[in-house]
Design a protein around this ligand. Structure first.
Ligand code: FAD
Length: 476
């Protein structure tokens, strides 16, 4: 009887606990991926994430083939497919790595009990996080709401487990697929765009899959981690790891990053390197915290964690929303970020904070509209990080940014892109402006042809936001 390995958000063969456990059973293995757009509650992937998924599945199949196995892809309702496949192949067991979204957990639970009645063992593992969300608790046994306390407790719990090597060889199970369930081809899933082909910028920016992740990690450790703490806020320096989409789809694991960064730092061995390591590992900590929140609040992407925000008088303004989405607000730092996002499927963290704050505070548009746009356009669109970060910026989340912090997009640009390199890259129409005025083109006369006027004035918009937030505090 074979064992089924069900790949989900863990599209890799190294440090994949479920895969290693399946290989260790000594049974023949069936590797599957199920593209499920039918089960209730599962959030459909956005366009950029679908594109990433395509490349990851293709790469995973290649990696499995080099070890003697392959990936079979199915499309449809998970429960029907998995129960059917287990029966058809007389599988003894099915192994997977855990997911933490509400609908996914519900689906896994139901499936587990259905498999049990069919005599199939279902076993799940942690392949996605450094710590399970339920492991980190306050002294009173409660989940944390504040990041710093959460992260202190996480670090006191234990060191993240060492990563596992990829199994050397996999023994595949060959079933007679002429009968029963039919696998589909990757092309059948139509995950990549055809016409219009909007993905050319994505293709030239990324190499998807596990090897791409390790190349990216090597580059980061080689060139950037040594300056991470000092440069990570500067979008023109490209000093961060850019590993977020790989983590999102599990092309690499957080444990691999944690230990590889530590090993590179120990090899370097001087004091300043440890500050960079600590900062980088703390960012992985923010990812853990987002999952901690998602686990506790399955509706994180839809509901304000602080209920008084339900009364926020968000504005409905399709024109302003469109200007923000297309990078035509008249604020260069915001517009450069939104165009980087559209072109590459990614945006630097500092710029994400500024554009999000601009939407929510300057435009007073509901954070959920921004979260949805990011969900559709980010290659790293993450079910935990995306809504948790949006709620953090809006002030409606756990441990959120203070309501009175309204970033000034001009000053932020001047501080974090002082030479205007980032602006010139993404806003070619401003490329000839001197650094001294590139963040405030509206103050020049006649040079801004093709670049829009500001859609709101910072001073008035800031005052309006502060008033709305203050009213909310006094009425709740
Ligand atoms: P690095 O600085 O190299 O950090 C390493 C890893 O740590 C990242 O890959 C990421 O997994 C994690 N990380 C870093 N910063 C954060 C953070 N603030 N919160 C949570 N995890 C973090 N991140 C996503 O992965 N997916 C999202 O959908 C997403 N949406 C965001 C939306 C908004 C409004 C904001 C402000 C932030 C969002 N982030 C999201 C967090 C952060 O911007 C990205 O993780 C980061 O920019 C990825 O770049 P990097 O891999 O170079 O990060």
């Amino acid at each position: 009887r074979p064992v089924i390995l069900w790949f989900r958000a863990d599209l890799r063969i190294s440090d994949n606990p479920a895969l290693n456990a399946a290989a260790a059973t000594g049974r023949k293995i069936i590797c599957i991926f199920v593209h499920d757009e039918e089960s209730p509650g599962l959030r459909p992937l956005g366009g950029a994430a679908r594109w990433w998924l395509h490349g990851s599945l293709e790469a995973l199949d290649g990696d499995l083939r080099r070890r003697g196995a392959w990936l079979s892809i199915y499309r449809g309702r998970t429960q029907t497919i998995i129960l059917g496949l287990a029966a058809e192949t007389n599988a003894a067991a099915i192994f997977w790595n855990r997911r933490y979204g509400g609908a996914e957990r519900q689906l896994d639970e139901t499936l587990k009990s259905a498999l049990k009645t069919q005599g199939v063992e279902a076993k799940s593992f942690n392949g996605h996080l450094l710590h399970e969300p339920w492991e980190i608790r306050t002294k009173a046994g409660q989940p944390f709401r504040v990041f710093s306390a959460f992260w202190r407790a996480a670090q006191e719990t234990r060191d993240p487990v060492l990563p596992l090597p990829a199994p050397a060889r996999l023994e595949p199970f060959r079933s007679d697929h002429r009968k029963g369930l039919q696998a589909v081809t990757l092309a059948d899933l139509a995950l990549e765009p055809s016409t219009p082909d909007w993905a050319s910028g994505l293709r030239s920016s990324w190499r998807r899959g596990e090897q791409g992740a390790h190349d990216q990690l090597d580059r980061f450790l080689d060139k950037h981690i040594g300056n991470y703490a000092g440069f990570r806020d500067y979008p023109d320096r490209a000093a961060t790891s850019r590993l977020s989409p790989y983590l999102r789809f599990g092309n690499i694991s957080p444990r691999q990053l944690w230990h590889a960064a530590a090993a590179a730092t120990h090899a370097e061995g001087h004091g300043t390197s440890y500050r960079n390591l600590e900062k980088f590992q703390t960012e992985l900590g923010w990812r853990e915290f987002s999952y901690h929140l998602l686990y506790r609040h399955p509706d994180l992407a839809n509901r304000n964690l602080q209920p008084q925000f339900d009364a926020m008088p968000w504005r409905i303004d399709p024109q302003a929303l469109r200007a923000w989405q297309t990078g035509r607000t008249g604020y260069p730092f915001v517009d450069a970020g939104m165009r980087e996002l559209w072109h590459t499927g990614w945006m630097h963290n500092r710029v994400r904070m500024i554009v999000a704050s601009f939407l929510v505070k300057h435009l007073l548009i509901d954070w959920r509209q921004g979260e949805q746009w990011f969900w559709d356009t980010l290659v790293d669109a993450d079910p935990a990080n995306n809504p948790a970060s949006w709620q953090w910026v809006a002030g409606s989340g756990a441990d959120a940014a203070p309501y009175f912090r309204v970033f000034n997009p001009v000053l932020q640009g001047e501080k974090f892109d002082p030479d205007g390199t980032y602006i010139r890259r993404w806003l070619p129409e401003l490329s000839s402006l001197p650094s001294s005025s590139i963040h405030r083109p509206c103050e020049l006369e006649g040079i801004t042809a093709g670049y829009p006027e500001r859609i709101v004035e910072h001073k008035q918009a800031r005052a309006r936001a502060l008033q709305a937030y203050k009213d909310l505090r006094t009425t709740s």
